[in-house]
Write a protein that binds this ligand. Structure first.
Ligand SMILES: [Zn+2]
Ligand SMILES: [Zn+2]
Length: 358
């Protein structure tokens, strides 16, 4: 698979760091080197659903935004944003978001019960446990699909359930817990896959994947449950994109590549959700970044913070500005916990080696 090239940047393999963005030529300070497209998948957390525009992610200091679409439950900063969102998602997308909204509303008790259900001491599940859980989820979907009237030609062929009662009883446990955040993230990605199959293939599938993205067995179960639930909610024509493979790709890619949706541009204090921007995911981290990022509506712009030499790697900070104040041990601890690597940027090597600020 060929790696992306832009006017100022080429994505290249970096020794010991996977892939990175390398400057094609000398770039003066203050140059916009990349503007990302809209996200391939995103979620605005449920507690922020009335405060963050579903189209441009605007957040107005916690105020409830003025325009609401009652059928999907989405809020917008203006009628223009609402119109843009509606046309971007098309008839099928609107139908799917409406169906999800109705489902979540009808399961509000299940949301309350499942919130805070993650025990802090739980262990990451082994790969074997992960594979088993997803196979079971796929089987549930087959059983559910089989139990439904086959009035829609786009639904997959029936599964091998021995009887209809068994299918019905097996599908019940999956509606006990509802996680609107995972459901929204999955649905946005499934729609992207359906609306932009070429971009899914070209941009999303070549991202670096985290093969162990689940924090606990409960986290794994919540994702598998959400996948099964989504298959029972989405309109028939979307089922082709609503597969375990697609949902697992969204989780695995999101774990290492997602950008926070924050109230400000970079240093914002409110963490209102996250989004997957494939074209912006090749920047590695540095604790002295030469690239600054700023959110412009629903996309990101990347600007050189200083002159960048030809062949120099372009790096952003993953610490949202906190790197300015943290010691090398604090930075490394946070990066290791959230992103799974030990930082060996020039500043970290210098500070760790010399004993400064440890
Ligand atoms: Zn807006
Ligand atoms: Zn560092």
């Amino acid at each position: 698979m060929s790696l992306p090239t832009h006017e100022h940047l080429s994505v290249q393999t970096i020794p010991n760091a996977g892939r990175g963005a390398i400057a094609n030529h000398h770039i003066p300070a203050g140059t916009t080197i990349l503007s990302s497209a809209e996200p391939a998948a995103h979620v605005i957390f449920r507690q922020y659903r009335k405060e963050v525009c579903a189209h441009c992610f605007e957040y107005d200091r916690g105020r409830t935004l003025p325009v609401r679409d009652s059928e999907t439950g989405k809020v917008f900063s203006s009628d223009r944003c609402r119109e843009a969102w509606l046309s971007e998602h098309g008839v099928l997308g609107n139908e799917a978001w409406r169906a999800l909204h109705v489902f979540v509303q009808s399961k509000s008790k299940a949301i309350a019960r499942s919130s805070g259900a993650l025990p802090s001491s739980s262990m990451k599940p082994s790969r074997e446990v992960v594979e088993r859980a997803w196979s079971k989820a796929e089987e549930q979907v087959r059983l559910y699909t089989w139990s439904q009237p086959m009035d829609d030609a786009s639904r997959p062929p029936p599964a091998r359930a021995s009887n209809r009662t068994q299918a019905k009883s097996l599908s019940q446990p999956w509606t006990k817990h509802v996680d609107p955040n995972i459901l929204s993230y999955f649905l946005s990605g499934v729609l992207f896959r359906s609306l932009h199959p070429n971009h899914w293939q070209k941009d999303v599938l070549c991202l670096a994947m985290d093969e162990e993205p689940y924090r606990s067995t409960e986290d794994l179960a919540a994702h598998c449950n959400s996948f099964v639930q989504l298959c029972t909610i989405v309109p028939g024509p979307l089922l082709e994109s609503c597969t375990a493979d697609v949902c697992r790709t969204l989780i695995n890619a999101g774990s290492h590549n997602a950008f926070g949706i924050r109230s400000g541009s970079d240093d914002g204090e409110e963490y209102a959700g996250y989004a997957l921007y494939p074209s912006a995911s090749y920047f590695n981290h540095s604790c002295t970044p030469n690239i600054l990022k700023r959110r412009v509506g629903g996309s990101w712009e990347f600007v050189t913070a200083r002159d960048v030499d030809e062949s120099e790697e372009c790096c952003i900070t993953y610490l949202g500005g906190d790197e300015k104040h943290l010691t090398v041990s604090e930075r490394r601890a946070r990066l290791s916990e959230t992103w799974g690597f030990e930082c060996i940027c020039g500043r970290c090597l210098f500070e760790a080696g010399s004993g400064v600020m440890i």
